[in-house]
Design a protein around this ligand. Sequence first.
Ligand SMILES: Cc1cc2nc3c(=O)[nH]c(=O)nc-3n(C[C@H](O)[C@H](O)[C@H](O)COP(=O)(O)OP(=O)(O)OC[C@H]3O[C@@H](n4cnc5c(N)ncnc54)[C@H](O)[C@@H]3O)c2cc1C
Length: 407
Amino acid sequence: MDFNDSPEEAAYREKARAWLAENAAAHRAKFGELKPNTAEHMAAAKDWQATKAAAGYACITWPAAIGGGGGTPIQSVIFGQEEGKAGLGYGYFTIGLGMCVPTVMAFSDSETKKRFVSPAVKGEEIWCQLFSEPAGGSDVAALRTRAVKDGDEWVINGQKVWTTGAHYCDYGILLTRTDPDVPKHKGLTMFWIDMKDAAVECRPIHQMSGGREFNEVYFTDLRVKDSQRLGEVGDGWKVALVTLMNERLAVGGSAGPNYREVMKLARDLTGPTGPAIKDQAFREKIADWYVQSEGLKFTRFRTMTALSRGQTPGPESSIGKIISANQLQEMANTAVEMEDQYGILVDPDHAPAEAAFQQSLMWAPGLRIAGGTDEILKNIIAERVLGLPGDVRVDKDVAFKDMPTGR
Ligand SMILES: Cc1cc2nc3c(=O)[nH]c(=O)nc-3n(C[C@H](O)[C@H](O)[C@H](O)COP(=O)(O)OP(=O)(O)OC[C@H]3O[C@@H](n4cnc5c(N)ncnc54)[C@H](O)[C@@H]3O)c2cc1C
């Protein structure tokens, strides 16, 4: 199998590189290096998104008529790789453009699409995904947020949790329970909502890294119009599956240091018995990470080959997140331990490797949960890739209101 770019792909890569070289430099000159999660960082992210949209490099696979690039999935992968190498790639738009807006596009009328798609592509409006609740995470269909019809409106009460970016988002897609008398997957309905409505309250969740990316979100008598419904009443599960299928593609790899950077650290750090790179147990770990990384690389190549042939990657793409998130956590643990007393420093000006391993130590556990926990992804691989017998599902045919809750 030939993993090199085809002549067309190589030409696209060259064009993307040239555009990035010029525009990334101009963007940096305008904004410099900014601290994430500040107003300035958000302004820079919006500016970069608008610049990309104007050049056809935002939402590359979407039709140009709605603001996209009119390109192919493989062009989107190529641009993402080059953008990563250029050190640019803001995370604020991933959930909205990767999961929420595609759901709006699939289930709303042409007026709604016209209103929302283009501003989202240009980075003018950001979207969040309001699915998880204290009683419904992996089992999304166990959610309890109620929507009750009142004339031409719905009245929504309940709570979501772990909503990434809810505090800066303009709109969100919200999965609710509209019929508790039918089994859990059948009584759900999806809406789009205005996150700035006074009946929506975001309470921050503070992370051990010092950051705050998530929120609890509370709805108290939030009124939404029936025209804000995405899909049919009671068909929310079907709508949510479209979002979740896109999620597996959007939340693919892991951002963080790789095994080569652990090796570099091990060469630089000297313990009582010499450089850590000479340690036999450490060298065995490096060998394992190398083998895993090569396996991941070729699995990604298979995905790219499928994309370049116009196919859609299937459930096997779950493998990438399980391996890379676990590897990231293991490498971070090892590296921070190796740093000894410096391991407790998170200040990039003082910690070795600019505290990259400290940051991934705090981030990797979340990566193992977001977009499907390790266990859920293993179930998917077992059932849908290997064809093993399915999980036992005792509540499949029970009305939601009759499900035991322990309360
Ligand atoms: C970084 C991050 C960002 C997130 N962003 C969002 C967001 O923007 N919007 C949103 O709606 N949610 C978001 N979430 C929430 C995320 O989707 C949920 O945390 C996730 O679905 C897991 O649900 P839970 O936390 O309720 O765990 P639970 O589902 O309660 O699981 C607890 C444990 O039980 C295991 N388990 C559960 N069911 C099974 C089973 N059938 N078989 C085997 N093991 C099982 C799980 O794997 C896990 O180890 C985010 C989470 C993280 C960490």
